[in-house]
Structure formats: C-alpha cells, structure tokens
Ligand binder design. Sequence first.
Ligand code: A3P
Length: 376
Amino acid sequence: LHSLSPIQMAKKYFQIYPEERDPIWMNPCDDRRHYNIWSTKKSCYQFPRFLIIGPQKTGSTALYTFLQQHPSLLTNLPSNRTFEEIQFFNGPNYQKGIDWYLEFFPLSNLMDKFNISTTISNVTPALNNNNMNGTLVHNQRNYFARTPPNYLEESMHYYEKSSTYFDGEQVPVRVHSLLPHARIVMILISPTFRAYSWYQHMRVHNLSVALQFSFYEVVSLNIPDKHLLDKITMKRLRDLRNRCLNPGMYAIHIERWLSFFPQQQITIIDGEELRRNPISVMDHLQTFLKLEPHIDYRQKIRYDHHKGFFCPINPSTNGTKCLGKSKGRQYPKMNRLAWKYLHRYYWHHNLALSKLLNRLRINLPNWLVTELSKKS
Ligand code: A3P
C-alpha cells in the first residue's frame, strides 16, 4: 500500500476539493467528539455570548462601553492592530483559527470575575463532596475549564464588538458555524448620515481622496475632469465610495444574517434612540440578552453637556468618562446636493428595510419614516 506524505496528501485533497480550502470553524463545545479532544486549558465559557456587529458609525462604540458597565459582562482583550475590535470573522484573521480568537477571551479573566465556589457548591455537590485533590483554587479552575457546556449555571459572559461584521459577505455563515447560539446586536441610523460620518472619519485620518474631494463628489463620482484622474486615485475613490455606501444597504445585509440566524437571536437597535435615550435602549437590550442582574442604567450613564452625549459614570469620582474626540465629532452640515443624491440612492434600500421591519413586526425608526416621507 502506497501513501503520500501528509503535505502531499493535503495538496492532493485540495486539488480534488478546492472549495474546502477556506476553513469554516465549528464550535468544539457543540460536538462531544470534538470537545473530548479539545485542549483542557480551554473552556466553552470563553466564547462570546453575543456580538455587536455594527455597522460602523452607528454608535457601536457607545453601546460597547455602556455594556462594559454591566456587572455580568466582560469584553475581549484589545487587539494591537484594531484596538477594541477583534475583526475575526470578516478578514484574514479568520484563517488564524479558533485558538487565536479565544486568546482575546482569557479564561483567567472570566474566572476572576466568576464566583466559582458558589457555583460549584450549588451545581456540583457530588463533586464537591468527593474532596477534590490539591489546592481548592487550582482544582476549581481546572474543573471550570473542562466543564461541559450548559453544566454550570452561567453568570459571566464575554461579548465582542466588531463593526465591520454587519456587511461582510462571509460573516454570518462563519459566526453561525462557530457561535450558533450567539445573539446578534445590530444598530441602524440613517444610511445617509452614516455615510457622511464615515467620510468625515476618513478626512480626520487624512485619507487623501477624502481630503481632495467633497462628500458629494465621493458618493456621486460626479467629478469635473474625472478622465484626468490616475488609476490609483480612481481606485481609492471607488473604495471610499463603497465604504461610505455599502453598509447602508441595510435590508440586503439583514436578510443575509436572517438566512443563518432565527429572528429571535437578532436585535436591531435604533441608533438615534441609542443616542437620545440610551437608558431605555439598555433596558430593552438587557431583556433581549437575558442578562442577570437586570440593572438600572440611570445609575451607570448620564448626559454630559460638554460632550453632548450620554457617557458612562465613573463610580470613584461620580463624574462622566466619555468616549474620545473621535466619537461624536463636530463637522459642517451635509450639503443639500449630497443629501438629495443619497436620498435617491437609498430610496429603494430604505423601502426594502421598511418592508423587512414590517415583516419582522419591528416598529420603524423615526429616521426611516422621515426619509421615506420626504421628497428629494
Ligand atoms: P460621529 O463622530 O460622526 O458623530 P461608531 O462607534 O459605531 O463608529 O459610531 C460613532 C458615532 O456614534 C458618532 O459619530 C456619534 O454620533 C455616535 N454616538 C452615539 N452615541 C454616542 C455617545 N454616547 N458618545 C459618542 N458618540 C456617540
């Protein structure tokens, strides 16, 4: 019997099945055979219980920091490259695999916040009576690490926010394979203003085409002497236009998520409501996420007149700790030409969104009603 070396065998395999070159990671906690051969240093509790998927510029960072105030929630460790966002499911990071992802959700942080002794005596009296060997803490930690899913009463959860997930083509299938039980949180504001906010964001980051061309020119590509522009500038312009416009085609992206996740696992937050009335939004969100305890966000966030936004309260000083100057920027009002162009551009997308929300029996946000009632 002749056999190829493992590498040659792998090459042959992918020649025959090229479509399998892209991995799809599945959750080891959902299959006992996988779970049994999984590292004993890992725990199912490390996987985030819910994801805030964006899109960008809708208030996702504000929501992320408000949730940090909840006593049962923990966020991922920051990434060196993308700060608070891991951006695992949408880009090249996905190829790095589950272990890479889980490093952002260390078991040690979870256990430090988790009341293990209470849980063990409540849930596993038999094991407790059996007198675990070694030091108690050591055994509790090991035990916690290898406890099968749904065995312990859950009380601390990780969550993640990556605002590029919303419109990533591959993201829903990948999230569903790894985190089939996760809840998905999306935030929508007027796509026109979302696009404008992204354009302003890129200007602050000194993106040459955002500095060189007006917002209207970027979104409409209606540029004097366009034929004189070189290929690189045209490509950068098109890329910026896409990042301004594509996430705002809300219905298309939501339908994609709905083809993988049941509606019960998805919540759609009105970003303008989050900005104006975050206390009530946080109240509904806690119910949707089934968070325990259900806290009163009036004790956790407060309107800051200087910032012009709600901000978390710092318990030691009782002052507010607002997001940095990159969130909630001051910039000129959008000009009428750009508004008219985008109003027309998004008309069918907004109409499709209103039909989708009606189908899902979700109240239309005010901005959507306004945009659909205005003539350009
Ligand atoms: P602008 O800076 O254009 O005003 P994201 O975090 O998803 O990128 O969204 C950034 C946007 O969140 C900001 O856009 C701002 O309008 C909005 N936002 C909503 N609530 C906020 C808050 N409490 N603090 C700061 N920004 C908030």
